[in-house]
Design a protein around this ligand. Structure first.
Ligand code: ZN
Length: 530
């Protein structure tokens, strides 16, 4: 194995300059394809590949960037199905806009490779029917800095790529898939700007698993926050995922299912708890949950870590392909669901602010088996999926229920001096206005009964929790006060950001700490009911 790897590497080094000749898309290979799936691509190789595809299909594929990493790597974005790589050109097509993102976790490289293959296939004209209904925004290497920090064992016991892969966090040590609300990284700010500029109707975020040895080649998740527009969840859970899952099983005899991990069952000598299949988290710091709160369709995919590297790429490509087939066949409905979600009146309704996993029905989960193998270079133990499917019945905890809801107000009033909070709200694309003269008005004020921060730091923060109640009051609001009207397309997101009890908002991430010093009795942001 080692000798083969060396030969492959030599071939690549010698061949890089001439391998990517314009005009020959068929000859254009990704790094894994060039190396018999021993290696994954570096940042420059991804950029070179994308440029080569663009050069070979100049009227079809357009390339731009959508931001910069901490280490000043430009984030490449390919556009297919529009006359240019600009937000105006993309929106001007009137087609469904589909965003495909790889590598949010720098070591989870399958989406990065699969996205490059998809780009080549689109350029080759393999999916001409899709281009009638969709315009594609393809970002293979979102966490570019994390990708470049290669190590052989960055992904624990995962089976390859044998040449190693990048690390999970970005160059700041931040997990980009916990940064969608606080936007502490240039990468998260860039992707939220992309959401604001291009406004994709559908987003796919491509990952690789870390946990349970199940038998699925890939697991997936819709938005999980209970405050998500219900029609989006219904479509994904009742039609979209069942259709994709069945299609892949019928075509390839591969099983896919909702993302989960096994819990309980008395593992590791613990108490004999009931075995369960449990999903992960509902908070919008996660990509899928965040996009859901923006009233857009999000699909999270997780290739199975212990399948071979090649199978993980194939599993991701098959998943992406069938998702796109579903979108293509249902384009008018998908557009309507998104448009309706934007227009749905929220003011006066109750939305969740905190939630917990809910116990669902007993389902059959396919458990798998793995075989251990040693890495040929450093000898670390890897696991390789065996072709075993062992059905096990257990409770599914796949959805979240709100443990606390709050009535959506008509608007919030943010004092002008709370600049960190105001900038954050605006960075998300939430529309704000400014009071041009003082306003005496009935408001609701949040009376704080308790305020505490976590002892443990998480992602550079000690998350804060406020307790209290909203009471009726009256205020003279000075000119310059920032108003956030909840009757806007991003109303759900604005609510989740600003409400003081939110488990993922401005309070939680310390953006209001200066106004919440010990002894503070009233939350600095007030709201009006109507
Ligand atoms: Zn991941």
């Amino acid at each position: 194995m080692k000798q083969f790897l060396t030969a492959a590497m030599f071939f690549v080094c010698a061949g890089t300059a001439s391998a990517q000749t314009p005009g020959s898309l068929d000859a254009l290979k990704t790094k894994p394809e060039q190396t018999n799936f021993e290696e994954t691509s570096r940042y420059q190789e991804v950029v070179d590949f994308m440029n080569a595809v663009t050069k070979a299909a100049p009227k079809k594929v357009f390339i731009t960037t959508f931001g910069e990493t901490n280490e000043k790597r430009a984030l490449p974005l390919a556009v297919v199905g529009a006359p240019a790589a600009t937000p105006a050109a993309v929106r001007g097509t009137g087609k469904l806009r589909v965003y495909i993102q790889g590598n949010i976790h720098g070591g989870e490289v399958e989406g990065k490779e699969s996205a490059q293959i998809l780009l080549r296939e689109l350029a080759q004209g393999k999916h001409e029917d899709w281009l009638k209904t969709m315009v594609f925004l393809i970002a293979p290497i979102y966490n570019a800095d994390g990708n470049e920090r290669f190590a052989l064992n960055n992904r624990g016991r995962q089976h390859g790529p044998m040449g190693g892969q990048g690390q999970r966090p970005n160059a700041q040590g931040l997990d980009l898939n916990r940064d969608h609300m606080k936007l502490d990284s240039p990468e998260a700010r860039a992707v939220v700007k992309l959401m604001n500029d291009y406004d994709p109707h559908v987003s796919m975020d491509l990952h690789t698993t870390n946990g349970t040895r199940h038998a699925y080649f890939l697991t997936y998740a819709p938005p999980l926050n209970p405050a998500t527009d219900p029609a989006i969840i219904d479509l994904l859970r009742r039609e979209w995922f069942p259709w994709v899952t069945k299609t892949i099983r019928d075509k390839y005899n591969w099983d896919y299912y909702y993302y989960g991990n096994i819990e309980g069952g008395g593992r590791r000598g613990g108490p004999p708890a009931e075995r369960a299949w449990k999903s992960f988290d509902s908070r919008p710091r996660f990509n899928n949950n965040y996009i859901g709160l923006r009233n857009r369709i999000a699909v999270l995919s997780e290739a199975f870590a212990y399948a071979s590297f090649k199978d993980r790429i194939v599993a991701t490509s098959r998943f992406v392909e069938e998702n796109l087939n579903f979108v293509n066949a249902n384009a008018p409905r998908i557009r309507k669901i998104v448009t309706d979600a934007d227009a749905r009146p929220l003011v006066g309704t109750r939305l969740g602010l905190r939630s917990q996993l809910a116990k669902g029905e007993t389902v059959e989960i396919l458990m798998g088996e793995v075989a251990e193998e040693k890495h040929s270079t450093d000898g670390h133990v890897m696991e390789l999926r065996k072709d075993a499917r062992k059905p096990a019945r257990m409770a599914e905890w796949g959805t979240f229920e709100a443990t606390e809801t709050e009535r959506v107000p008509a608007r919030y009033y943010i004092p002008a001096h709370l600049t960190a909070a105001i900038e954050k709200v605006r960075a998300h694309g939430v529309h704000t206005t400014t009071l041009t003269k003082a306003l005496k008005t009935a408001v609701e004020e949040f009376q704080i009964s308790a305020s505490r921060t976590e002892e443990r730091e998480f992602q550079g923060h000690k998350e804060r929790t406020l307790e209290g109640v909203w009471t009726a009051g009256e205020r003279e609001l000075p000119a310059g006060t920032i108003q956030v009207d909840l009757k806007q397309p991003l109303g759900r997101l604005a609510f989740y950001l600003v409400e003081p009890r939110s488990d993922d908002g401005l309070v939680d991430w310390n953006f209001l700490d200066d106004s919440l010093v010990e002894g503070t009795k009233v939350f600095p942001i007030v709201r009006s009911k109507n």
